[in-house]
Design a protein around this ligand. Structure first.
Ligand SMILES: NC(=O)c1ccc[n+]([C@@H]2O[C@H](COP(=O)([O-])OP(=O)(O)OC[C@H]3O[C@@H](n4cnc5c(N)ncnc54)[C@H](OP(=O)(O)O)[C@@H]3O)[C@@H](O)[C@H]2O)c1
Length: 168
């Protein structure tokens, strides 16, 4: 089963702040996230899951939390106490891919296990203190494709969509 990550970060690698919520409103990136994750199995940190209430439709979310008594928003959403357990659950259900959707804590622990990365670079500085790891300097990843879009009336910042693969 493929393990992939999807993330958007600013010029300082910020993905959000401790106060919560994603620090931009970019319909183009939302649409990319939606179309990439549609119908897939998702691994989501408990804090990010709470922020995304009402968002999941055909997805198969697995919330990662160390709380024994965590109650998901819907009974069909699953809960795992570690990323490794979420991987096992998705594999057992026959998933072809598990997409790690953040946040910062979960990205950090999942990066060593991931083979693909969908990264949106957002051309701004938000001042957010939660950062995505500096994976480019590890020498383990190669950029496969990159597509840039300028800012426009509905997307306030320029964005670059990048597809990275881990080297064999
Ligand atoms: N820009 C983006 O692409 C993007 C994407 C997603 C999220 N975000 C932002 O990221 C921020 C949230 O990130 P965060 O780091 O504070 O929280 P998070 O990773 O969403 O959730 C952290 C919680 O998830 C559980 N958890 C995480 N990793 C775990 C592991 N390996 N094993 C067991 N449990 C684990 C723990 O839950 P318990 O405390 O319940 O045990 C932990 O407290 C928000 O601002 C959000 O908007 C940005």
């Amino acid at each position: 089963m493929l393990i992939s990550l999807i993330v958007a970060m600013d010029r300082d690698r910020a993905i959000g702040s401790k106060a919560g919520n994603i620090p931009w409103d970019l319909p183009r990136d939302r649409e990319f996230f939606r179309s990439y994750t549609e119908s897939k199995w998702l691994a989501i940190g408990r804090k990010t899951y709470r922020e995304m209430e009402g968002w999941f439709s055909g997805h198969h979310p697995i919330v990662i939390t160390r709380q024994d008594d965590f109650e998901p928003f819907e009974s069909r959403h699953q809960v795992a106490s570690s990323l490794e357990k979420a991987i096992a659950m998705a594999a057992e259900a026959g998933a072809e891919e598990l997409v790690v959707c953040g946040g910062a804590e979960l990205y950090k622990s999942s990066l060593p296990l991931a083979e693909q990365l969908r990264l949106t670079r957002v051309d701004t500085n938000t001042g957010g203190e939660l950062r995505f790891p500096d994976f480019e300097t590890l020498g383990e990843w190669s950029l496969q494709r990159s597509e840039s879009h300028p800012a426009d009336h509905s997307n306030t910042f320029a964005t670059t969509f990048e597809f990275w693969k881990k080297n064999n």
